[in-house]
Design a protein around this ligand. Sequence first.
Ligand SMILES: [Zn+2]
Length: 328
Amino acid sequence: MRPRLPDGGRLAVGLDIGGTKIAAGVVDAEGRVVDRVPPVPSPSDQAAILKSVSVLVEELRSRNPGIAAVGAGAAGLVEWPEGRIRTAPNTAYHDVPLRRLLRESTGLPAVVENDANAACWAEYRMGISASHMAFITVGTGVGGGLVLGGRLFRGRTGIATEIGHMIVDPHGSERCGCGTVGCLEPLASGRALGRYGTAAAAADPGGTLAALAAGSGGVTGEAVTAAARAGDPAARAQLERLGHWLGIGVATLVNLFDVGLVVVGGGVAEAGELLLAPVRASFARYVTAAAHRELPAVEPARLGPEAGWIGAALLALDHEREDPAGGE
Ligand SMILES: [Zn+2]
């Protein structure tokens, strides 16, 4: 059994293991970033990912001798507390006992959490305080997490809050990457925004979006956001369309969990009010008994793209404090 760790001055390595890159850094128990390394590309096979993770952890430990724990946020279905990745989209992971492998390779207490849950925890710990909070991340896909009563809600095995797979349009035409028709993700993700922008460009060959699409066959979500920022009404309409669907998702989360705050993060949320104002309007329209409840604020995330590894490191420190023996 490991000795109990001192309460003060503890540091943890946080990792964010995504489909395209692995990001890592060191935070203290208050969530302050004390070190970080440049993100590295995610290798395509499992053994190489684990090797990259070990190299990053050792580099950070060599510079920060007070490391007490390591936490990883990883895409996919991640069991808690076992830290076993059942499956993950766009990565080489399948049935990987990542928590055990991290403990064995580093000799440190370790936790492994879904990446969106980890980012949710960082926003909860470091952002606007609300004991009941929903977090939605809108990037290439749509994910999220829930804090209920000051604790991450994980469901029975840890794989809860797959917000992107909330069914909102089962009679629609968009098939989700999970195979189902009707999920929120293919209607409200950055990829959806690009698809909407590409269709709008085709419908208006003289417009700004068509000019952006010229020669490339389509428009990216980032290009739609940039055109919307520049004032293009057609681009703004596509963000409104995205916001409409996200607002329906928010309404369902609020109906089910009565959260006091909704935080929207991820790359697409960098559109700011151009996205959030339509989300609020749609949410207010679809939430039940709107006249008889205080609608929670819908706010932008505070931490940006580092939230995943910051949250994973905080979870490692928080978990170690609750469970110093590091039991499963
Ligand atoms: Zn789905």
